[in-house]
Every structure is written in C-alpha cells, then in structure tokens.
Write a protein that binds this ligand. Structure first.
Ligand SMILES: Cc1cc2nc3c(=O)[nH]c(=O)nc-3n(C[C@H](O)[C@H](O)[C@H](O)COP(=O)(O)OP(=O)(O)OC[C@H]3O[C@@H](n4cnc5c(N)ncnc54)[C@H](O)[C@@H]3O)c2cc1C
Length: 382
C-alpha cells in the first residue's frame, strides 16, 4: 500500500484487530457462507466482542468514537475477506451511530447496548418494491391513529433483513407534505404485524442476508419516533455520503485481496518454460490493477477526510463510489484473468468478490445517481 492515513493509537489498534479478525474468522469461512447461503450471526457477535460493533458511537455512549477515516480502514480490512459480511457491519455501525446521535433517552436505553454488542442487529428500511433511487416516493404509510400511528406497506432490498432485531423504518405520515411528511420509527422486529420477506437468492453476497419486510397494521407510538417529519428524510440523505465512501473502502479491500492472491499465483504458475509472472502482458495487467487500487484508495480517503473535517463531502463521496465500484468490477476480472481458468473457481477470492463488486454498484445510490450528484455539483450556479 503506497498511500496511508493518519490514525490515533486507539484507531490503529482497532484496524489491527480488524485485520487479524479477517484472517482468522472471515477469510477462511467466507466461501462456506456463500455456498451455504448462511448469515454468520456468531461471527458478528465475535466481531463486536473485539470492539467492532459500535465504532462510530461516541465513547460516552459506550462505543469506540473513531473518525470516519478510521472506520473506512476497519471496513477495508473486513471486506478483504467478505464484502457481504462487512456491509452488514457497515449498516449496523451506521445504525448504532444514528441512534446515538438522534435517539431519545428512551430509545437509547432500549437498544444501544444490545446494538454495540451485536446481540441485536440493526436494519435501515428505506427502499420499497416500487421505489429505490427516488427515495422521497416512500409509499409505506404510517396513518395517524389516536396518540400514535398504524403502519402498512412493504420494504425491499434491506441488508440484514433475514436476522435484524431492530428496524429503522421510513414511512409517509402525511402525503400532502411530500418528502417533508416522511418520519423514521425505530422498533423491534418482533412487533406484531411485522413480517420478514426473503432472504433473496442473488448472484452472490448471501452473507448479507438481504430481503424485505411487510407491515400489516403495525402499531407505532410516540416512543418509537427516531426522526420527526422533515428531519427524517434529511437525516437519511445526510448519512448517505459517508455510506458511499464506506463502499469505496470495501471495494479497496476486495481488490487488495484479489491482487495479493494473483501475485502469489502468477509467481508460482509455470507456462512455456517460465513463470506466468514473467510475461510482460501479465505484469502490465497487474500494474493497472495496482494503479486503480491506489486511485480508489485516494478518492475514498480524501472523501472520508473531508467528512471528518466537517466539510461538504457529497461530490467527493460520489466520485469515490463511482470510481471505486467501476474499478473494482474491472480489476477483479483482471485478477481472475491472470490466473487463467483457476481464477474462475468460486473459492478463489477474486471470483467471490466479483459478484459483491456488482452489488456495490446498486447500494447507497447507483452509479447513475452518483453521476446525478456530480453533474448537479458541476452545473450549480451556471
Ligand atoms: C445488496 C443490496 C443491499 C441494499 N441494502 C439496502 C438497505 O439496507 N436499505 C435500503 O433502504 N436499501 C437498500 N438497498 C437498495 C438500494 O439502495 C437500491 O437498490 C438503490 O437505491 C437503487 O434503487 P433500485 O434498485 O430500485 O433502482 P431504480 O431506482 O429502479 O433504478 C433503475 C435504474 O434506473 C437508473 N436511474 C434511476 N433514477 C435515475 C436518474 N435520476 N438518472 C439516471 N438514471 C436513473 C438507476 O441507476 C438504475 O440503473 C440495497 C441494495 C442492494 C443491491
């Protein structure tokens, strides 16, 4: 790695823990998780036992209180082994941070300690079967009823839906107000009227436990409110920039792992009386992987640094996500290519990460939505 970031001693310790945890608990098992389509709940608890369950939660609230730059390094290390497992941890850590920042004392008492310990996993419910990119078109209805609301509708494409214990649900409470009518409620997944959908069968990344929820007459009280009207949609969109550079960090981790494996392979594989590594065409393909890896790392950590300094990271995060997800898809296929047919085996890290890299082009805003953000920024005030 040419580019490095500046971290505190405590942050570096957590990155080291993440690196060791990946080598011991994630990389050896990720193939089985994918093959068996299991969600590694025990591994999540084990990660929390090492301090990785509430990295963004302030220390005063029982978390690690690290910078977003440090969180990126942690997620990069974890994704080196399995992006799907890591993304569930990213969503979960963001969820716990949002509760710490926005939740009432009552909600925090109810859920925060369990979330930091990963005794319960958090899921963020915005997307619906009929709506994704156009997030303000929420159709889930929370109809005012006496002192509270009654929730009906459906959510789709939710990370950790198969096993999440706490849900933050974005629902429309007053359609006449458009996005301003959306509120966010935080409830336990066992509440009467909450039904899980899925998990989905996808092209890969099954350790994420992706699926949906159906709500039938779910009763919500004022105690369940995480974010009020107007604040809820702004809150969902406000957190998306950091989610985008976390995706960049995960792509960096995946390509890094694949490059390492390819280098090891070509240095040992014979062809035409020499090593595959001796062919200049192979060397240059790997050099291109390394260049893109460096570029995705720079864009990702530049966006995280902007965020940590309190700047507007929207453009930087969109650049990082667009470039990193595109580069990951291309460069993972290069890593497979230099290994010949063996690179195509699903147990090989590049092949397994390949489907996950495609997944990264959808979540937290598609590539096209990153272009919407970037072009809006370019044309503002023209
Ligand atoms: C693995 C995975 C995990 C996810 N986890 C979560 C989660 O935890 N919580 C959650 O709420 N959601 C989650 N999502 C959903 C994700 O946020 C959506 O998939 C994403 O917002 C895109 O929405 P869509 O898939 O409905 O695509 P659509 O919005 O239907 O878009 C279809 C196509 O049209 C393009 N398009 C749409 N609008 C524009 C435009 N203005 N200009 C140009 N092109 C456009 C899109 O880029 C895309 O190519 C997850 C998705 C995946 C794949």
């Amino acid at each position: 790695m040419c580019f490095d970031v500046s971290l505190t001693v405590q942050e570096q310790e957590l990155v080291d823990i993440a690196q060791d945890f990946t080598a011991a608990e994630i990389t050896p098992n990720a193939g089985d998780w994918e093959h068996d389509r299991t969600y590694p709940r025990d591994t999540q608890m084990a990660a929390a036992a090492r301090g990785l369950g509430g990295v963004l939660v302030p220390k005063a609230d029982g978390g690690q209180g690290v910078s977003y730059t440090a969180a990126c390094r942690i997620f990069e290390e974890l994704a080196n082994g399995c992006m799907a497992f890591t993304f569930s941890m990213v969503v979960h850590n963001n969820f716990a941070m949002s509760l710490a920042a926005n939740g009432s004392a009552l909600l925090k008492d109810k859920f925060l300690a369990d979330l930091i310990a990963c005794r319960r996993i958090g899921a963020f419910l915005l997307t619906e079967p009929g709506m994704g990119s156009d997030a303000q078109a929420v159709a889930c209805m929370a109809r005012p009823d006496n002192d509270g609301w009654v929730l009906d509708g459906e959510k789709a494409w939710i990370s950790s839906a198969s096993h999440a214990g706490v849900l933050s649900i974005y629902a429309q409470t007053d359609p006449s107000k458009g996005w301003r009518g959306i509120m966010c409620f935080m409830i336990e997944a066992e509440r009467e009227g909450v039904h899980r959908v899925g998990p989905y069968a996808m092209a890969g990344g099954h350790a994420l436990g992706t699926g949906g929820f159906r709500f039938e007459g779910v009763r919500l009280t004022r105690d369940d409110v995480l974010l009020e009207q107007e604040a809820a949609f702004k809150g969902a969109m406000g957190g998306i920039d950091s989610a985008r550079f976390f995706v960049g960090a995960m792509c960096t981790g995946m390509v890094s792992a694949a490059l390492e494996r390819s280098l090891e392979y070509v240095a040992a594989r014979p062809a035409f009386g020499q090593k595959v590594a001796d062919f200049q065409g192979i060397q240059w393909m790997l050099a291109d992987v390394a260049t893109d890896l460096e570029a995705m790392r720079l864009l990702t950590y530049s966006a995280a640094d902007t965020w940590d300094r309190g700047g507007n990271a929207s453009m930087a995060a969109a650049h990082a996500k667009k470039f990193a997800t595109r580069a990951a898809l291309t460069r993972l296929t290069d890593c497979m290519q230099v290994m010949g047919a063996n690179g195509f085996m699903i147990d090989e890290v590049a092949a397994r990460h390949f489907a996950s890299a495609k997944m990264c082009q959808f979540m937290d805003g598609t590539t096209e939505i990153q272009n919407v953000v970037i072009s809006r920024g370019l044309l503002r005030n023209r």
